[in-house]
Design a protein around this ligand. Structure first.
Ligand SMILES: Cc1ncc(C[n+]2csc(CCOP(=O)(O)OP(=O)(O)O)c2C)c(N)n1
Length: 546
């Protein structure tokens, strides 16, 4: 005989779970005990939100569900933001929370909340273990649902009394069988090929589905064979190398950016792995008169600016190979002028000496400090917009941006998870000062587990992105300022290192020193956000090159 909690752990091992991120509590005490004899490493975090963000980024980078664990009530509610972020960013995640005993769930009772209902709107699957025997089915279904396209969240509530029930040894984990993507029908392949062959100015919009489907190489081959330029969403950054002649850069800013000019000119837009949650079609297709080809594993969301001329559902890489084979390539030379405008913008600032430092200069130096395979995790704020536009990304999953749920606070825990998945690569987060303070306590978790990350804080003592919006809409600001701690002393108080950058030329050597330190390092960078409104003005006056 074993306990239900031991059976749960056996099922998690069967799913090849490496880590569980979380916080022990009274109602998950049996699970915590069962984990002692297990191959799974438990990463004790300092806030359940940190645990959920770690599981989020683990899932996003590996394609395997990241797992987080909390106790009932407040433990579970603390998971919500990070869990919702994973669910909407399409990262596979499984969250397990303890729950009060089934003998007190029908009435008002200490710390009891209906957790299954709480997680329903932010998950693909939300359930409760009401009998120990159903654990193998529940765990298998939770992982299968979380990892299947489009990936997202599964939530399991585990009542305290059930976790201690005894089950006999005939209860075994179920065989892991992942859902395989369908093959697109030949007629759909031919229809898409026909539209692409007849197009005068086609453009590709690549989304996160390309990265998830590991279809980036097929997509680049498709673009090369047919000679079609590629724009990518924030979350697809790197699915075509920035230096590739057909790469146009990233789209996603609410404003009409350089790359958007490519959409104005296009007659056919080939959306590959595109997810509407990231970038609303009315922003890149306001006229709603172009032909849209949707190539994905899942069917398209309904939107009046996203009416399909053709939908090709199936494994993305295979669909692209098949369409490319029978389509006529486009002859005309593709101008790289859009990408060159971004390069010119970066070059204009690469030696800029002003202080506080301009975003363009910071990102130019950041790119020099990080190798092509190193990983940058963005938090959410004005810095994210600059990273998305200007951080040149050569490989998928090397610039992680949350752009579905887009929650502040992902940077520090996300970098921890990224380093755990890729211990041989340098990992850095760029975060605003506000987003940093939301989960800065996880510095202690990183130090305890010897996880070396660099945390670059863009310091403006304001909610920068919100100020940017306020100025754009109302021409004045409202309640966006705060005071910061001394970030160097703050780092040191944890036993981490901290540097404050004191001139523009100080930045690159400081970053190099930070990576050489091989521990948790905070780099405090005073940022000049007067560039935000200058960008708004520049893009507002943007005239697209013909
Ligand atoms: C958890 C959460 N709360 C609020 C927001 C709305 N929001 C988006 S960006 C932002 C300001 C971010 O400020 P900071 O972290 O300092 O970054 P900056 O914009 O200055 O680069 C806010 C409040 C959000 N996305 N997530």
């Amino acid at each position: 005989m074993s306990t239900a909690a031991e059976l749960l752990v056996k099922c998690l091992e069967n799913e090849e779970v490496e880590y569980i991120f979380g916080i022990p509590g009274e109602e998950n005490i049996a699970t915590m005990d069962a984990l002692l004899g297990s191959s799974i490493t438990f990463v004790t975090t300092r806030h359940e939100q940190g645990a959920a963000f770690m599981a989020d980024v683990y899932g996003r980078l590996t394609g395997k569900a990241g797992v987080c664990l909390a106790t009932l009530g407040p433990g579970a509610t603390n998971l919500v933001t990070g869990f919702a972020d994973a669910n909407m960013d399409r990262a596979p995640i499984v969250a397990i929370a303890g729950q009060g005993a089934t003998t007190r769930m029908h009435k008002e009772s200490h710390q009891i909340l209906d957790l299954v209902s709480l997680f329903k709107p932010i998950s693909k699957y939300s359930t409760e273990i009401l009998e120990a025997e159903i654990i193998p089915e529940i765990v298998r279904k939770a992982f299968k649902d979380a990892e299947a396209e489009k990936p997202g969240g599964s939530f399991i509530s585990f009542p305290e009394n059930i976790s201690k029930d005894l089950v006999d040894e005939t209860n075994l984990p179920l065989k892991v069988q992942s859902a395989t993507p369908p093959t697109a029908p030949q007629q759909k392949i031919e229809q898409a090929a026909e539209l692409i062959s007849q197009a005068k100015k086609p453009i590709i919009l690549a989304g996160n589905g390309v990265v998830r489907g590991r279809a980036d190489k097929n997509m680049v081959a498709f673009a090369e064979k047919l000679n079609i330029p590629v724009a990518q969403t924030f979350m697809a950054k790197g699915c075509i190398p920035f230096t590739h002649p057909l790469s146009l850069g990233s789209v996603g800013l609410q404003a009409h950016d350089f790359v958007a000019c490519g959409f104005d000119r296009a007659d056919v837009i080939i959306c590959i792995g595109f997810d509407m949650v990231e970038y609303h079609p009315h922003l890149w297709h306001p006229t709603a008169d172009k032909k849209i080809i949707h190539i994905d594993e899942s069917y398209a969301e309904v939107d009046k600016h996203y009416i399909l001329a053709s939908g090709v559902l199936g494994d993305i890489g295979t669909s692209l190979d098949r369409i490319a084979e029978i389509s006529t390539p486009h002859e005309e030379k593709q101008e790289s002028s859009l990408r060159e405008m971004i390069v010119a913008e970066l070059d204009d600032f690469k030696d800029d000496q002003s202080f506080p430092i301009k975003p363009q200069r910071i990102l130019s130096d950041t790119r020099k400090a990080l190798d092509a395979s190193d990983i940058l995790i963005s938090d959410v704020g004005a810095h994210k917009m600059w990273i998305a536009r200007l951080y040149r990304t050569e490989k998928p999953n090397t610039c992680i941006i949350s752009n579905g749920f887009a929650s502040m606070g992902i940077g520090v825990p996300g970098a921890i998870a990224a380093k755990m998945v890729n211990p041989d690569r340098n990992v850095m987060t760029i975060t605003g000062d506000a987003g940093f303070m939301m989960n800065s306590q996880e510095i202690e978790t990183a130090l305890r587990h010897n996880i070396a990350i660099v945390i670059m804080i863009w310091n403006d003592s304001e909610y920068g992105l919100i100020k940017w919006h306020q100025l754009r809409h109302y021409g004045r600001e409202s309640n966006i300022s705060f005071n910061n701690p001394d970030f160097v002393k703050y780092a040191e108080s944890f036993g981490a290192k901290g540097y404050c950058v004191e001139s523009a030329d100080d930045l690159l050597p400081t970053l190099e020193k930070a990576f050489a330190d091989n521990t948790v390092v905070i780099v405090d960078v005073p940022v000049d956000y007067s560039e935000n409104m200058k960008l708004t003005e520049k893009l507002g006056n943007l005239v697209c090159p013909i």
